[in-house]
Design a protein around this ligand. Sequence first.
Ligand code: ZN
Length: 427
Amino acid sequence: MFDLIIKGGTLPDGTTADIAITGELIAEVGRLDEAAFANAARVIDATGDLVSPPFVDPHFHMDATLSYGLPRVNASGTLLEGISLWGELREIASVEDMVSRALTYCDWAVSMGLLAIRTHVDTTPDHLRGVEAMLEVKRKVAPYLDLQLVAFPQDGLYRTKTGRENVLRALDMGVDVVGGIPHFERTMEDGMASVKDLARLAAERGLMLDLHCDETDDPMSRHVETLAAEVTRHGLGGRAAGSHLTSMHSMDNYYVSKLLPLIAESSMAAIPNPLINITLQGRHDTYPKRRGLTRVKEMQAHGITVGWGQDCVLDPWYSLGTADMLDVAFMGLHVAQMTHPAEMARCFRMVTEDNAQILNLEGYGLAPGRKASMVVLDAGNPVEALRLRPDRLAVVSKGKVVAERPRNNARLTLPGRPATIRRRHEG
Ligand SMILES: [Zn+2]
């Protein structure tokens, strides 16, 4: 009767349930009878395992991914050397190169249960090869992975002659979200003008807005304030986000006490990228050395939605990465010191439900009528998943099992003791 049942798993809220799937949708969540199991086309036993809605990444650069070392590595480890390195690479990378690397990354993502990604696409070069490549990737992966594209003027909206024109061209080609980088414009005035320009553009076209905003250690940078004000002015609310916001780490506490309510009032979301921010920021400091992560707990205390983003994997800005959003949340948990049990559970929600909300994903979540997309993890609960970053035993996308992996138990043969099998998440 059902096409697939995920049997007896533990949901992120701690309840256990069978999840019955028909076609692309969840039909039932609860206790099923023996007849249902006997008649199902397939049953996956998830007893003792965590069953979660899929991971979601709200911030990535898929046009640059898996290019580490091309044409050479980033020697200083700074954001600015990364940008100039990428400037060389995008001129020599073909559409085929970018499509092939991005598809490999999407395979990694699916295997880790990451089924929705918002990726910024550089619109700086007039050839727009990156846009062409990412639109093709989006079409190719659409049956199993939701890709959202952001028109991202990497070298500034006004700092290059065709910066603004190319953002418009990319949106006309079918890119979904309006992007920007105010802290990289020539002056604070240009940065402010770019935020106003881009917010108006998003409002006029009915699009979402997601700016790289104040990815800097400069405590005087004020683009977050402008972004919040423009989002409020245009009523962009739940459709807008500020990525990075690292200037807030270094700001004066009194000023931040004014800024946090402004962000909350706007209803825009924040997307810190902890793996990247902890490595790129503070590079000009000696000691003490700033962490460069924005104020995550403080924003959440003001009711602001905050989602952890991956940002980079093996590219001019970051030499590591695995497409595992649990790695991202693990780093974020440490850098933001979110160690209380409720904060750790929140870190798991940040890479699932909170990120889904930021992307405005439709049909997300483990409830009847929603999309049948989920991941079975070799862990007992969300906090254990963060601790172990365990194997993804099964990944289901829109009703289809798209990745599976056998349980990887350790066989112990210790002197003077009988051989035993040690399962990772059992005491
Ligand atoms: Zn970015």
